[in-house]
Ligand binder design. Structure first.
Ligand SMILES: Cc1ncc(COP(=O)(O)O)c(C=O)c1O
Length: 319
């Protein structure tokens, strides 16, 4: 029996976006959006589905403090803080970098939720994980019971949140040919692949990890649902992350503008803009053709827009 906590989640709608569908070169009825950006607690987004499971285990194990890691503008860290507060837990965020700099976007919300932030300096994810381990040990020496939530909320437990989303999608859009989703730490795609099979899920890499395909395959097995996939079955586009994680490419910018102008939908510059750029690239190279029922999973990230230089650039175009 899965242990979960109530983070106010509901079954999110899937809505048609006929003007956007036509603007990207599909038939008007082809493109639909799964509104996981409307999972609203704490500013919303996909991580809430994972946290319902991860914090379920933490609470059942008696944790009173959670520690997690991420980039300075991590949506996962922000939602871990919001969810922890809802449950009455203390929260420490171990973030990349040396300090807040222009502390806006997700960092403003981290502060609002009263998260303690530890700056881990430069270095890869191992550096972050090591620092998180030290912070957890310090807290435990001080008498706390700590649960360390993995990077991006992506392990076999967190990915179960997206097995549930896959079940919703299977009912809502049974004829979906492509389900397009951003890949950061991989758990969201892994849950969808677990529930829907690898053929229908098209991941778009955002450059957050060096080995997205291998990670997704490992995470599918880690859900312990009996589903396994070979790496060569996992469909991930790795050609649109541009200059790397967090850097908005020309294709990502085009995606943001298209979604804004033809559907009034906000894509964030790090994840959903990249994912939608992957969808556009798929239409342009024939991987997605008119007549293919296509679902874009909107995973949220709106606060990150206001922590990214593109927000000021967009405002400046108004003159
Ligand atoms: C808004 C948004 N979309 C997509 C993702 C990617 O999800 P995952 O890390 O499960 O691959 C993230 C992860 O941080 C995110 O914040």
């Amino acid at each position: 029996m899965a242990r979960t906590v109530d983070l106010g989640l509901w079954r999110t709608p899937v809505e048609p976006v006929p003007r956007l569908s036509a603007a990207v070169g599909l038939d008007p009825d082809d493109l639909w959006v799964k509104r996981d950006d409307w999972l609203g607690h704490g500013g919303g987004g996909n991580k809430l589905r994972k946290l319902a499971h991860l914090l379920g285990v933490a609470v059942a194990d008696g944790a009173d403090t959670v520690v997690t890691t991420g980039a300075a503008q991590s949506n996962h860290a922000r939602l871990t803080a919001a969810a922890a507060r809802r449950l009455g837990l203390d929260v420490v965020l171990v973030l990349h970098g040396d300090g807040p700099g222009e502390a806006t976007g997700n960092l403003a919300l981290d502060a609002l939720f009263g998260a303690e932030v530890v700056w881990a300096g430069a270095g890869g994810d191992e550096v972050l994980a090591a620092r998180a381990g030290e912070v957890a040990a310090e807290r435990e020496r001080g008498g706390a019971t700590v649960s360390v939530i993995p990077f991006g909320g992506s392990d076999g437990v967190g990915a179960r949140g997206y097995v549930e989303c896959a079940a919703e999608l299977a009912e809502q859009v049974p004829d979906a040919r492509h389900v397009v989703v951003a890949v950061g730490s991989g758990g969201t795609m892994a849950g969808l692949v677990t529930g829907l099979g690898p053929e229908r899920v098209l991941g778009v890499d955002t450059g957050a990890v060096p080995d997205p395909v291998a990670r997704v395959a490992r995470l599918v097995a880690a859900t312990a649902t009996g589903r396994t996939v070979r790496e060569d079955e996992v469909r991930v586009r790795e050609d649109v992350a541009g200059e790397g994680y967090g850097v908005l490419s020309a294709a990502g910018r085009e995606a943001m503008i298209l979604a804004g102008r033809h559907a009034g939908i906000v894509l964030d510059p790090v994840y959903t803009a990249t994912a939608f750029a992957g969808l556009l690239a798929g239409v342009r190279d024939g991987a997605i053709v008119p007549g293919d029922r296509t679902v874009f999973v909107h995973t949220g990230g709106l606060p990150g827009l206001f922590g990214h230089p593109v927000a000021a650039e967009l405002a400046a175009t108004l003159g």
